[in-house]
Structure formats: C-alpha cells, structure tokens
Design a protein around this ligand. Structure first.
Ligand code: ADP
Length: 484
C-alpha cells in the first residue's frame, strides 16, 4: 500500500470576501402584490448569522390573514398573467435570470451570512444555478406545446410553495421559475432561518417590472407554512423539507383537489467498487457528504466500500478530511461552514451520541473550530451496520456512516434497505455495473463517478419516504400544468 504523504502543517492566510457591497435592511416586510407591506400580524422575528448567532435583521411573521391577502393578490394576477402572450412571460423570466447574474456577488455573500454555507459554494453553485433555473424555464415559456405535443397545456392557478433552509435562493428559483413559466402565480415561503435571499429576490423582482402579484413572498415559520397548505384557493402545493412535515402536509391534503409535489429527506448510498479510480472516489465521498455541511437531502451519507479496497479508501479519506477547513463562511478557504442553526447542531450532536452509544467507531478531524457560532467537524463512523440508527435516519449534517460489502447483490440490497429513495452514487470503471445499479437502486437520481451534480433540465425527486413528483426538466414543468 502506498504511503500517503500530506503536509499537515500547511496553513492558509485568511481570505475574507468583502461585505461592503451588500445592502440589507434592518427590518423586512412581506412582499405581496408587488409591494413590501407590513404584516397584519404585526409580528416580526430575528434571522441569525449561524457563524456568530447574532441577529442580522427582523423578518415579518405572517399569519392566516397575511396569507389570505397574498393568495388573493396571486389570484388576481393569475387572470392576466395566464393570458399574457407566453413569449412575453418568457422575457420577464429571462430578465430575472440576467438580474440575478448582475447581483450574484451580493446574493452570494448574503446567502453565506444568513445560512452559514462557504462563500465558494454560494458563489460557484447556489447563485449560478439559481440564475440557470430562470434561464432554462424562460426558454420553455412559449414552447410548452412542443414540450407536450398533441396536448393543450394550461396553468393550474395559484401555487403555494414552501422551501427549506439548506439552499434558500436556489430552492426559491427552483420553485418559482417553472411555476410562472407555465403561467401560474405563486405564494412562496422561505424557511424561517434563511429568508434573506428570498426577500432580496423580491426586491429584484420588483425592479424587474414583473406584473404585480405574480410572485408573492411571505415569511414565517411552520404555522405560516400550514396556512399556505390549508388555504382553500391554492391549486398546487410544492414543498421541499423534512419527511415529517411532508407527511403532515399529505395528511391535511388527503381528499382535497390540490396538486402536490413533495421533495423530502434522504439517506443516499455512495458505493465504491474495487475497480473505481480511488483518489477520484475519495474526492467524490468528500463532496457527497461534506458539501453544504451535509445539509443536503440527497447527500451521500451512507458509504459502501468494496471490502478489498476498504482499508486504502478509509485511510485516504481520513487523511483528506484532516485537510478540510471548517470556519468562517465568508473565508474563501473554508470547506465546511457553519451549521445552520443551534437546533440543527443539537440534532447532529444527538445523532453522534447515538452512533457512539450503539457501538459505532467514531473518527473526527482534529481541525480547529471557531469559538463562537455553530460548528461540527467532519465526522466518520466505522463499524456500523444496517440496523444502526445513524445508518437508517437522516442526520442532515457532516456525518458519514461507513460500511463494506463483497458482492454487487449485497450492496444493492443494503443500499435499498432504508425508508428513503432519493439519491445514490456509484464509483466503478465498468459501464455494465453502472447500468445495473441505475436500474436496481431505488433512487430518484443515481450519479456515476460523480456526485451532487444538478442541472435545471434534469428531473429531481424521490421514491418512498423521499417524496413524490419531480422538479426540473419536462417532468417538473408537467407538475405545474393541466392538460385539456
Ligand atoms: P427542516 O427539518 O429541514 O427544518 P422542515 O420540514 O421543518 O425542515 O421545514 C421546511 C419548510 O417547511 C420550512 O419553510 C418550514 O417553515 C416549513 N414548515 C414547517 N412546518 C410546517 C407545517 N406544519 N406546514 C407547512 N410548512 C411547514
């Protein structure tokens, strides 16, 4: 076995992204009917910077009456927006995409301050992908009849959209762009801990001249989300978040005529065969579980290594994670930023304790952690099996459960043995193995010799407790349309 030689004393100088170009208000109201309006609830809450736990701004806490106002505004706008020449709809959406690109740096910095993700990720992934979603759907606006030949697609009406805190602007783009491209209008609620980039998007939408009421952005926590779900004049609910809340939503919508898409949790299997390019696979493992602090529904949080290469992969993985820098999200050197909230940190720590109690062998990088804020070092668990809690349940943090396997049948069986079915990764040089696994793994997306690659043209979604429906691509468009 070749000896790995990594210079552990390597030190990087701080390289902080500037914040002088960002404009944030102290207080944010609700974006309804194209204007920022005070909440009827008269209530506000604080949004915190997870790297310091200090307040950044006050955010309006919408109640049932506020939601009703937003839905009425969306309904009114639907009458004209749905009848607008689709080519004109496309132009507005195209303009929003261009404006996101122009303001990309401001969005990236705010995303990192509010959500804790490393600036390299918000700058290179979240914001460009958000713009791409608007570009892609702008293109479809006047081509829906080509997308679905011999059918007459028409919009559904008002879409209620509820998004999580892990990819705030990207999820907003992911939801708004297809909905309005198809001629619907929307009421969108960002997650309570990360509302800022959605509210900046509201400012951008105001500047873009999009007809008033086509996009309404309301803020608040679970109760506000429930008010959207239960509003009688909403035609479609698009939800991304936890399986627990997804189940609640399904229960409250049972028997009611509202289209629903649910993108929920996951416990992705990342499978390394002995014929894989090992160094690339190790990079893939790191990306699969430590990207965005592991706050990723499709994270590769279960690693399966073929027994003959397990020792070398684990050795290389331990070395690699000891070089990962955990710290200030605004530092361009940072690999792993802040855990999104105190509550989420507690959840992760609870799972780490359970992992240890149930006999897992823990390995954590000895990296230094900042004194203030919410942090978790990259964590590996060895000697775990299918029955361990940390192998079965979604942790949503930088914690990887590692198992080995001997045969392809064994790994398929193990990989499919969870309540989830969202994502998987396969590392091998054999195309035949890739094809067999893409067919037999019960996962909405299977990446081959890569991981966490996203594209607006590619449908995304899960099986089993990972949800239902697809977002992105033609499948995603379809769920915002009805066919006469
Ligand atoms: P997480 O566990 O990742 O925080 P949640 O499912 O709790 O995910 O949150 C995802 C989104 O769902 C957030 O915008 C949150 O405010 C919203 N939400 C939470 N509870 C409810 C509910 N009962 N009904 C509708 N939306 C909800």
């Amino acid at each position: 076995m070749s000896k790995i030689n990594i210079n552990k004393s390597w030190k990087y100088d701080e390289s902080l992204e500037s914040t002088s170009h960002i404009k944030l208000k102290d207080k944010y109201d609700l974006f309804i009917g194209g204007e920022f309006v005070k909440p009827l609830s008269k209530k506000y809450f604080n949004t915190l910077n997870p790297a310091t736990n200090q307040s950044i701004a006050e955010i309006a806490d919408a109640n049932d009456k506020d939601i009703d106002k937003a839905v009425k505004s969306a309904r009114k706008a639907f009458n004209s927006w749905s009848k607008l020449d689709p080519k004109e709809r496309g132009k507005y959406i195209f303009r929003i995409a261009r404006m996101i690109q122009e303001r990309a740096k401001e969005f990236a910095v705010i995303e990192s301050i509010d959500g804790g993700k490393p600036i390299r990720e918000s700058r290179d992934i979240d914001i460009p992908l958000a713009a791409n979603h608007f570009f892609y759907h702008a293109g479809w606006a006047d081509k829906l009849e080509y997308a679905f030949p011999n059918k007459k697609p028409t919009p559904l009406g008002v879409a209620g959209q509820i998004i999580p805190w892990n990819f705030p602007l990207l999820m907003a783009a992911w939801k708004i762009a297809p909905a309005i491209a198809c001629g619907n209008t929307v009421v969108l609620k960002p997650a309570e801990s990360t509302s800022l980039t959605a509210l900046k998007l509201a400012e951008l939408i105001q500047d873009s001249g999009l007809p008033k009421g086509v996009v309404n952005i309301v803020t608040g926590a679970g109760k506000t989300g429930a008010a959207i779900v239960n509003h009688p004049d909403i035609n479609k609910i698009a939800f991304t978040g936890s399986t627990e809340v997804g189940k609640l939503i399904e229960r409250s919508l049972a028997g009611i005529e509202k289209k629903t898409t649910l993108e929920l949790g996951g416990k992705g299997a990342n499978i390394i065969f002995e014929d894989a390019a090992i160094d690339q696979a190790v990079e893939g493992i790191v990306n699969a579980i430590f990207f965005n602090q592991g706050h990723v529904c499709c994270a590769g949080s279960r690693l399966f290594i073929q027994e003959s290469v397990a020792d070398i992969v684990i050795e290389k993985l331990k070395d690699r994670i000891s070089t990962l820098i955990v710290g200030d999200p605004l530092d361009k050197n940072t690999d792993i930023g802040a855990i999104n909230s105190v509550e989420q940190l507690k959840t992760i720590e609870k799972y780490i304790e359970i992992g240890k109690k149930e006999g897992g062998e823990i390995y954590q990088s000895k990296c230094s952690l900042p004194k203030k804020g919410n942090w978790c070092p990259p964590t590996l668990f060895l000697n775990v099996s299918q029955s361990h809690t940390i192998v079965q349940e979604e942790i949503f943090g930088p914690v990887l459960a590692i198992q080995t396997f001997r045969t392809i049948d064994e790994v398929i069986e193990k990989a499919n043995n969870t309540p989830f079915g969202l994502s998987a990764g396969v590392w091998t040089e054999k195309g035949s193995k890739i094809f067999r696994l893409t067919k037999e793994l019960n996962a909405g997306v299977v990446w081959a010799n890569t991981y966490n690659k996203f594209d607006p043209s590619s449908p995304f979604g899960g099986f089993k407790e990972s949800g239902m429906g697809r977002e992105g691509g033609l499948h995603g468009l379809k769920s915002y349309l009805k066919f006469e």
